[in-house]
Design a protein around this ligand. Structure first.
Ligand code: FAD
Length: 108
């Protein structure tokens, strides 16, 4: 089975890539789907100490569903929250930096 670091890298890749390809002008249905995706992660993530804190963090900071720019920044801030908890460096949440890292590599 994957260890907690491998699981984390794989999950952040999915989370940031999903945010990077979220619509600029999502429909009501797409907003609900994105909300469900992050709620499910908080309920199902297979690392208990990770998901308990993640759930508390998304309760305090609900997903910013208005646009891909908003959701990309939100995901970056949630990742920085975990980085702080683990004593890792924080990353820039400027959209151009997030796009460079997470949007260019993904395809439609
Ligand atoms: P990761 O943190 O996995 O990051 C991968 C890459 O993302 C980095 O190389 C960098 O290029 C980029 N990146 C870094 N910061 C950001 C950012 N803010 N925005 C966008 N991109 C960024 N591990 C624990 O030990 N305890 C926990 O409680 C815990 N909770 C977690 C909760 C969640 C929801 C997730 C998804 C993971 C959690 N992890 C936890 C795993 C942890 O976040 C890391 O994935 C793991 O420690 C491996 O770290 P890493 O240094 O390889 O890089």
């Amino acid at each position: 089975p994957p260890d907690v670091d491998e699981l984390g890298r794989a999950t952040w890749t999915l989370v940031h890539a999903v945010a990077a390809r979220y619509p600029d002008a999502p429909t009501a249905t797409q907003k609900i789907q994105a909300r469900r995706f992050f709620d499910a992660l908080g309920d199902l993530y297979p690392c208990e100490r990770c998901r308990v804190d993640f759930r508390a963090d998304i309760d305090a900071h609900p997903p910013a569903l208005a646009s891909r720019a908003a959701l990309s920044r939100w995901a970056c801030e949630r990742h920085n929250e975990v980085n702080r908890k683990l004593g890792k460096p924080e990353m820039s949440c400027a959209l151009k930096d997030l796009d460079e890292r997470w949007r260019k590599a993904t395809t439609h």
